[in-house]
Design a protein around this ligand. Structure first.
Ligand code: WT7
Length: 657
């Protein structure tokens, strides 16, 4: 692992202090206010988190100890022996206190065709769905896969699982049948909840058909529950399939709540690592929920009456923490966005902001770049005066995109909170506080409460002071951290905790500048970040080599104007295979079929050979440079088994785009 070397010029020195208007109403109106709370959270973590847990969450049975941990063995517990329920905290307590307040606004793919549900209706629907699950034998601890479009039933399904203590495993609806099957089997899911079809940007996505294909080889799946989104005719197997709506209508709108332990698993979410097999990241109940809720409250400065929108898909962690659990735990009104940023045109987000009166808007740098390049007209056309805070997540945001977002979208009024975190961290780890932090475009700024970031050198020694670059790690556990990897605790410990004792290793490189601001520079492992989606290069490689023509593949990221990183594949052909457009198309299809369309390589280079050391190790550093058309300073290539291959690859690279 080596920190990505960065030039100083990448780090902008402009500073944007919070406005008076922002400070006047924010939870944290100054850096002093932030620091006071932050310092307490790391100096007296137990007292701080005890207080937060008691004020933010409802408990059925009090916890007896705030935390206990052992990083060496990856044993982390928060709020020991406490009993609670995430669904109660997100739904029931609000249904009784503010039942007629809007909980969810479903923003349909077709603008204006959505609808809203208040907390009381949310409670009834979640209870009905929970009863359907119970009456099909789903019990506490059972795993349930959710493969859904962004419709209300998707949220009902997550909360219904939480209500009965079942563990949900949401799989992004863009994954292939094969990826879905692997995730269902690894988690041994008893049921799948899906929809007939999805619609995104006017395009139909055949979800049920994909589930049918996946489940053929899933022996643990007893039932497939099917919501109707399009109503089109789909295959239906009455032995196994259950139409969700009539089943829910047949149930009572009350369902007992399971009192689960603070450390009972709330959900699994699969994510890519640097080896081929995706990992089922496990989050438990109390710590996760508290981290999601508290960070939502402070980072988005959530206030009653706000209409908060995070446009992420629930198939990713951002959707879990900041569409569903964080906002609902705070009793907020949260938007469920079914569409894409450019449908029907590049003004979709801002038209929605105007129509719904959105106060906080949270998206990814990719989406910002995609709409920015269509021109400012699409923004100006709509009234954005309701907006107070803009958020960014998923990948480093380049200062140009940051400034466009801040100036054009936010009219210079709205702080941009660039939030750094990961599937494994459960919630936001480094982010500005809107009323407190002077912003620097491109920097995630300072840590959230209870988070102690450190910069390590390659030997795992802490680099003290400011103006330093290295590996980003976290000292000490925080409540929202993942507890294990499903079926593979060993991998959990080895990936995150064992590389350097006493730290959680993030896999990202970072710089702490002269003022102590954190700048995330990107992954230092074989993980790439495409449009804010994490992808293991090894996964793409294994998909490519299933093609009979492919002898060997090496995949790297390269800079991409919109996606942040694109996928670049070097492929070595088996004897007898001819290079050509048709073959390139087949190779791309192979990836689409095995993983999903979003993993399709942008460029494929049919290579005469790969730069390998004499011991056979591929020198990825060289492949990354060539893919990025950065041919200077390739470093020492004399250790290569065949140094001439580098020249040949460069020549080839120049001929493709
Ligand atoms: C990786 C985690 C957590 C939500 C979505 C992605 C990158 C995430 C930022 C940011 C720079 C960021 C990191 C991280 N990342 N947010 N604000 N600035 N990089 O979750 O799929 O688990 O990916 O996304 O490289 O390690 P994920």
């Amino acid at each position: 692992m080596a920190p990505v070397p960065e030039s100083e010029s990448q780090f902008s020195s402009e500073v944007y202090p919070p406005s008076e208007a922002m400070r006047a109403r924010a939870h944290l109106p100054s850096m002093e206010a932030y620091r006071a709370l932050y310092d307490r959270s790391v100096r007296e973590p137990e007292a701080f988190w005890e207080e937060q847990a008691l004020t933010q969450l409802d408990w059925f049975h009090p916890f007896s100890k705030v935390r206990e941990y052992d990083f060496e063995w990856g044993q982390v517990q928060w709020f020991l022996n406490g009993r609670l329920n995430a669904c109660h905290n997100c739904v029931d307590r609000h249904a009784s206190q503010r039942g007629t307040q809007t909980a969810l606004i479903w923003e349909s793919d077709t603008p204006g065709e959505g609808r809203s549900v208040d907390y009381r209706e949310l409670q009834r629907e979640v209870c009905r769905l929970a009863n359907v699950l119970r009456h099909h034998g789903i019990r506490k601890g059972d795993r349930v896969a959710i493969y859904m479009p962004m419709i209300l039933e998707a949220v009902y399904a997550m909360l219904a699982c939480a209500r009965i203590g079942a563990v949900h495993n949401v799989v992004f609806a863009g994954f292939s049948a094969e990826s879905l099957r692997d995730r269902i089997n690894d988690a041994r899911c008893k049921a799948v909840i899906t929809a007939d079809e999805g619609i995104r940007g006017g395009k139909i996505i055949p979800l049920k058909r994909t589930v049918d294909e996946a489940v053929m080889a899933c022996p643990t799946v007893k039932f497939v529950f099917v919501a109707q989104r399009t109503g089109n005719k789909i295959p239906f197997y009455p032995q196994r399939d259950v139409w969700l709506r009539p089943a829910m209508d047949a149930e009572r709108p009350f369902c007992p709540i399971e009192h689960v332990d603070a450390e009972d698993t709330l959900f699994l979410l699969y994510t890519s690592g640097s080896t081929g097999k995706p990992k089922g990241v496990a989050h438990t109940t109390a710590g996760y929920l508290l981290h999601a809720a508290l960070s939502h409250r402070y980072v988005f400065d959530y206030q009653p009456g706000d209409v908060y929108a995070c446009v992420a898909d629930i198939g990713w962690i951002t959707g879990h923490s900041y569409v569903v659990y964080g906002p609902l735990c705070n009793g907020a009104t949260t938007v469920l966005f079914e569409s894409v940023p450019t449908f029907p045109d590049a003004g979709r987000y801002w038209e929605m902001v105007e129509r719904l009166g959105i106060t906080q808007f949270y998206t990814s740098p990719t989406a910002i770049r995609a709409v920015a390049r269509e021109g400012d007209e699409f923004v100006k056309r709509h009234d954005r005066s309701s907006l107070r805070i803009l958020g960014s997540v998923g990948e480093p945001i380049n200062p140009e995109a940051w400034k466009w977002y801040h100036t054009q979208v936010g009219e210079g009024r709205c702080p941009v909170v660039d939030t750094w975190w990961q599937t494994e961290t459960g919630g936001i780890m480094i982010s500005p506080m809107p009323g407190a932090t002077p912003l620097k475009p491109g920097s995630a700024t300072f840590p959230f409460f209870g988070v102690e970031p450190v910069v390590l050198d390659e030997q795992g020694r802490e680099i003290e002071g400011n103006g330093v670059t290295g590996l980003l790690a976290i000292r000490n556990p925080w409540p929202g951290m993942a507890r294990t990897i499903q079926n593979d605790h060993q991998r959990f410990v080895e990936t995150y905790l064992r590389p350097f004792m006493g730290y959680y290793i993030t896999g990202d490189g970072c710089r702490r500048d002269e003022d102590g601001y954190y700048w995330i520079t990107g992954r230092v492992d074989d993980v790439i970040n495409v449009s804010g989606h994490r992808m293991g290069t090894a996964e793409v490689e294994s998909a490519l080599v299933t093609h009979p023509g492919c002898a060997e593949a090496a995949v790297v990221g390269f800079p991409h104007d919109i996606k942040g990183q694109g996928i670049f594949a070097y492929v070595i052909l088996n004897a007898g295979w001819e290079e050509g457009q048709e073959l390139i198309g087949e190779l791309k299809n192979e990836v689409r079929h095995h993983i999903g369309p979003f993993a399709t390589p942008d460029l494929i280079l049919i290579a005469p050979g790969l730069p390998k050391t004499r011991s056979g190790k591929i020198m990825r550093r060289i492949l990354r440079k060539i893919a990025s058309e950065d041919y200077g300073e390739l470093g020492d290539i004399t250790t290569l088994a065949d140094p001439t291959v580098v020249e040949a690859l460069i020549e080839k690279r120049k001929s493709i785009r």
